[in-house]
Ligand binder design. Structure first.
Ligand SMILES: [Zn+2]
Length: 751
C-alpha cells in the first residue's frame, strides 16, 4: 500500500454551470513532470531523501523523543503563524476575522475535532489521527514588535501570486509558518485556461528535493500560498472563485499537509518518465505517497458535481494487499473540502518526523517565547495606519470617499489630513472630501490607541484634473513621434506599452507590448489618452474612435501547461471615461482567438506584416452630443503568457479614416508659450514635410479673429508670433493649424 508522489497545487475550474464542468486540473503534476524531465536525477535524490526521511519517521514513532520535550503545550506542538494578506484594497484584503476563522478550522482538522469524522468510512476510522499540532497567530514580529500575526500588504502581485511573493514578504521561515493569502495564484511557466484557478500551493519542506526542484533550492520560499477565498469559511470564502458557494474550505488543511511533507495519495513520481502510469503501485513505480495506511488511488478523486462520493464506494487500485477501497475522504486527495475529513496515523507519522527534523525550531520553547505565542490573551498592539480612496483621479469639484483600513490593533483615535481638500481635517473613519482646485495632493492618516500611534502619508495620491488642459479633437495618434507626455502608461509588472519601429499599420512606428517574453501573466498594462475636448467636431456625422491592432497567440510546444502543446492567448479591452478617469466604461473587449488578427498562433515573438493588421472602431457619438469635454480612452491589455500586441492609427475624427501621410497631433507637436498670453507669445509646431499651412485664431464662438500664417512651409520646426493686441478682450481662444491633410486645435488663454 505504498504510493509515490507529488503535486502540490490544487487547481479548480470556476464554472457557474456547476452541473456541467467542475473539473480540477493537476497543474502541480505538470510542474513536477517538467522538473523530472529536465533532470531525471531528481528521482534518485528523491528516493535517497525518502530513505533517510523514513529513519526520522521511525525515530518519531518511538514517541519518547517527543514526550520528553518541554515544548508541548497541552500535549500539542504549537506552530507560530504569520498570515500575509496581499491585496489592492479590494475584497481580497480579507478581514482579520476571516483569517482567525481559517486558523480555527485548521486547528479543528489537525486535532480531529471536526464533526464530519462521522462520515469517515468505517474501515478507516481507526486510522484517523489527532495530529497534536496547534497553529497560533504570532504575537511578536521578527523585529520584536507587537503583531496580531496578520500582515496586510498592498501589492498588485496579489493577482499573480507565486514563489516571488513568498520570497519577497516572508518572515524567517524557521520561526514562523508563513501563509500568503493572494487573489490569484499564477505559477511561472504555466498557462491557465480561461476560468481555471489554483486554490493553493505549498512547496514541501526546503530540504525535500522536490521542493528544491520547484523553488530552485531557495529556503526562503517556504510556506503556504493560498487564494484568499480559500481561507476559512466566512467572508470571501463563502464565494470561492465566484461560484457562490464555499467549495474548497479545506484547501488550507490540504496545503498545510504539504507544508508538513505530505504527498497526494494518488500520485506517482514516475509519471514524468513513463508513458501513462497510474497512481496504483507497480514494479516501475512503487512509491505512491510514502504512507502505509492510505490505500493507493489511480488518479485524483474529483467530483464533477457538488456531491461527495459515498465513502468506501470507489476502488481504483486492486493490486494492494489487502485490497481496500480508495480513501476518498483523505484531506490530501482532491474531493471538495467538505467531502474530506481525515489525516491518517501514517500521515501523522510523516508530520511527526518533519517536526523533529527541519521544522523543529518552529516549536522550540525559545521560539514560542520569541514569537509570543505562549500568551493566549487577545493581542494588544498599536494600530498600523493604512487607507485607500474610492477614486484617486477626479475632476475639480468631485467628492472622494476615504476608507480607514488600519490593521494590527484597534483604532481609538484617528486624524486625517487632506491637503487641497474640504474638509482638510477629519476624525471620521470613512470621510468624504471635496476637491475644488486642480492639482496633485497628499493624504495623511494618523491612528492610535493606548499602545501607540502610527502615521501613513500617501504623497501625490489624489489627482484633480484640470479640464482646461484638455487637448482638442480631432486626434490622430500614429506614434510616429513617440508617446507624448500627456498620455499615461500604467505597467503593473514586466514589459509594457512602448513605441516600436518593428512594425506599423502606417508610417514606420506603432505602440507595442513585448508580451512574448518578459511580461507577467495576469498583470495589466494600460495606455491612457489625455482628456480630449470634442467641441471642434461636427455632430452631423457619427463620431467613432478608430484604431488598428495586430495580435497573435503563442504556441508553447513540448513545454508544460495543461497539455503538452499549449496555446496561450491574452486579452485586450478598450474603455472610455468622461469624468477625468474616475470611472471607465468598457466599449470593446476581445480575448483568446477573437483577439488574434492572424490565422494561427506563433511560436516566436510576433511581428505583424501589412496584412496582419485589423481595423476596428467604437461609437463614441454620445460623448460628442452630450458632453464634449474630458473624454478619455484607454487600451488595457491583460497578459496570459501569450504573444505581442500592437496598436496604431488611433483616430478620433468624423471625417474619413486617416492613415498614411496624415500628421498626428503629436507629430506636429503644437505648442503655445507662454500660455496664457500676456504680451508676446509663440506658436510653435513641427511639419514632417512640406505643406501648405494655415495658422488661425478663433474665439470661443468659432469666429475667426486673426490669420497668422497662410503659405507653403518647408519641413521642420516653425514659430509664429502671437501678440495680445490681436485680441479684442481677455478670455479663451483657439489656435488652429490646417495643413494639406488636417487641422489641429489648441486652446489658449489671453489675460
Ligand atoms: Zn495538493
Amino acid at each position: 500500500m505504498k504510493k509515490l508522489l507529488i503535486i502540490n497545487l490544487l487547481i479548480l475550474f470556476a464554472n457557474l454551470l456547476l452541473s456541467q464542468s467542475l473539473v480540477k486540473i493537476l497543474a502541480d503534476d505538470l510542474l513536477i513532470r517538467k522538473k523530472v524531465k529536465e533532470d531525471s536525477s531528481l528521482i534518485d535524490r528523491y528516493i535517497e531523501y525518502e530513505k533517510r526521511f523514513k529513519l526520522l519517521v521511525d525515530e518519531a514513532q518511538l514517541n519518547t523523543w517527543i514526550i520528553k520535550t518541554d515544548t508541548l503545550i497541552n500535549g500539542k506542538r504549537v506552530i507560530p503563524v504569520v498570515v500575509h494578506v496581499i491585496h489592492t484594497y479590494g475584497p481580497e484584503n480579507i478581514s482579520d476575522a476571516q483569517v482567525i476563522d481559517a486558523i480555527q478550522k485548521l486547528n479543528i482538522d489537525f486535532a480531529k475535532q471536526n464533526a464530519d469524522t462521522a462520515q469517515t468510512y468505517h474501515l478507516f476510522k481507526p486510522r484517523a489521527a489527532n495530529c497534536a499540532i496547534e497553529f497560533r497567530l504570532a504575537k511578536i514580529d521578527p523585529n520584536g514588535n507587537c503583531t496580531n500575526g496578520i500582515n496586510h500588504i498592498y501589492d498588485p502581485q496579489t493577482n499573480w501570486g507565486y514563489f516571488n511573493t513568498m520570497k519577497q514578504y516572508h518572515w524567517p521561515t524557521d520561526k514562523y509558518m508563513n501563509v500568503f493569502a493572494v487573489n490569484f495564484i499564477y505559477p511561472e511557466g504555466i498557462v491557465l485556461p480561461d476560468g481555471a484557478f489554483i486554490g493553493g500551493m505549498s512547496p514541501f519542506p526546503p530540504n525535500n528535493p522536490l521542493s528544491q526542484a520547484l523553488t530552485g533550492g531557495d529556503p526562503d520560499i517556504d510556506g503556504v500560498l493560498i487564494r484568499q477565498d480559500c481561507m476559512g469559511t466566512i467572508g470571501t470564502a463563502t464565494n470561492v472563485g465566484g461560484m457562490g458557494i464555499n467549495l474548497v474550505n479545506r484547501t488550507f488543511t490540504h496545503e498545510v499537509g504539504h507544508y508538513l511533507n505530505l504527498y497526494h495519495p494518488f500520485q506517482n513520481l514516475m509519471l514524468g518518465l513513463l508513458p501513462a502510469p497510474s497512481g496504483c503501485p507497480s514494479f516501475l513505480a512503487p512509491n505512491g505517497d510514502e504512507v502505509n495506511d492510505t490505500p493507493p488511488v489511480a488518479a485524483a478523486t474529483q467530483n464533477t458535481s457538488l456531491d461527495c462520493f459515498v465513502p468506501g464506494s470507489r476502488n481504483t487500485c486492486t493490486q494492494d494487499n489487502p485490497d481496500e477501497p480508495d480513501m476518498i475522504e483523505n484531506y490530501m486527495d482532491y474531493q471538495w473540502g467538505y467531502c474530506t475529513n481525515i489525516f491518517t496515523n501514517g500521515q501523522k507519522a510523516r508530520m511527526d518526523a518533519v517536526l523533529i527534523g527541519i521544522r523543529r525550531p518552529l516549536w522550540s520553547k525559545e521560539n514560542l517565547i520569541a514569537t509570543g505565542v505562549l500568551d493566549t490573551n487577545p493581542s494588544q498592539c498599536a494600530p498600523i495606519a493604512d487607507f485607500y480612496a474610492n477614486y484617486t483621479t477626479i475632476c475639480t469639484g468631485d467628492a472622494v470617499n476615504f476608507y480607514d483600513v488600519s490593521y494590527n490593533g484597534f483604532v481609538e483615535n484617528r486624524t486625517w489630513s487632506f491637503s487641497g481638500g474640504n474638509p482638510s481635517i477629519s476624525t471620521a473613519a470613512n470621510p468624504t472630501v471635496i476637491y475644488d482646485t486642480p492639482g496633485i495632493y497628499a493624504v495623511t492618516l494618523t491612528v492610535e490607541n493606548s499602545n501607540g500611534q502610527h502615521t501613513k502619508t500617501k504623497t501625490s495620491y489624489i489627482k484633480v484634473m484640470d479640464p482646461v488642459n484638455n487637448i482638442y479633437a480631432p486626434l490622430i495618434q500614429g506614434f510616429e513621434s513617440g508617446i507624448n507626455n500627456d498620455w499615461t502608461i500604467v505597467n503593473e509588472a514586466g514589459n509594457t506599452w512602448q513605441v516600436t519601429d518593428t512594425a506599423s499599420a502606417s508610417g514606420i512606428k506603432s505602440a507595442r507590448i513585448l508580451n512574448f517574453a518578459g511580461n507577467q501573466a495576469n498583470s495589466k498594462d494600460e495606455l491612457i489618452s489625455p482628456m480630449i475636448n470634442l467641441t471642434s467636431l461636427s455632430t452631423s456625422v457619427i463620431l467613432k474612435l478608430k484604431f488598428k491592432y495586430a495580435y497573435a497567440g503563442k504556441i508553447i510546444p513540448g513545454t508544460m501547461g495543461l497539455t503538452e502543446n499549449d496555446t496561450a492567448y491574452d486579452k485586450m479591452r478598450l474603455l472610455v471615461s468622461a469624468n477625468c478617469g474616475k470611472t471607465w466604461t468598457v466599449k470593446w473587449s476581445k480575448v483568446n482567438e477573437a483577439l488574434q488578427t492572424v490565422a494561427t498562433p506563433k511560436q516566436n515573438s510576433f511581428k505583424p506584416t501589412a496584412n496582419d493588421w485589423r481595423s476596428d472602431s467604437i461609437n463614441i457619438h454620445i460623448y460628442l452630443t452630450q458632453q464634449k469635454t474630458n473624454f478619455q480612452f484607454k487600451f488595457e491589455f491583460t497578459s496570459n503568457g501569450g504573444n505581442n500586441i500592437y496598436i496604431d492609427d488611433i483616430n478620433i475624427d468624423n471625417g474619413t479614416y486617416v492613415s498614411m501621410n496624415e500628421y498626428s497631433r503629436d507629430l506636429i507637436d503644437l505648442k503655445v508659450y507662454p500660455n496664457p498670453v500676456t504680451g508676446t507669445s509663440v506658436v510653435e509646431f513641427y511639419l514632417p514635410y512640406e505643406s501648405s499651412t494655415l495658422v488661425e485664431i478663433y474665439d470661443i464662438l468659432g469666429n475667426l479673429v486673426n490669420t497668422l500664417e497662410n503659405s507653403r512651409l518647408n519641413m521642420g520646426i516653425h514659430r509664429v508670433e502671437l501678440m495680445k493686441q490681436m485680441f479684442n478682450s481677455s478670455g479663451t481662444y483657439f489656435v488652429r493649424i490646417t495643413t494639406n491633410e488636417h487641422s489641429f486645435v489648441k486652446q489658449i488663454l489671453v489675460h
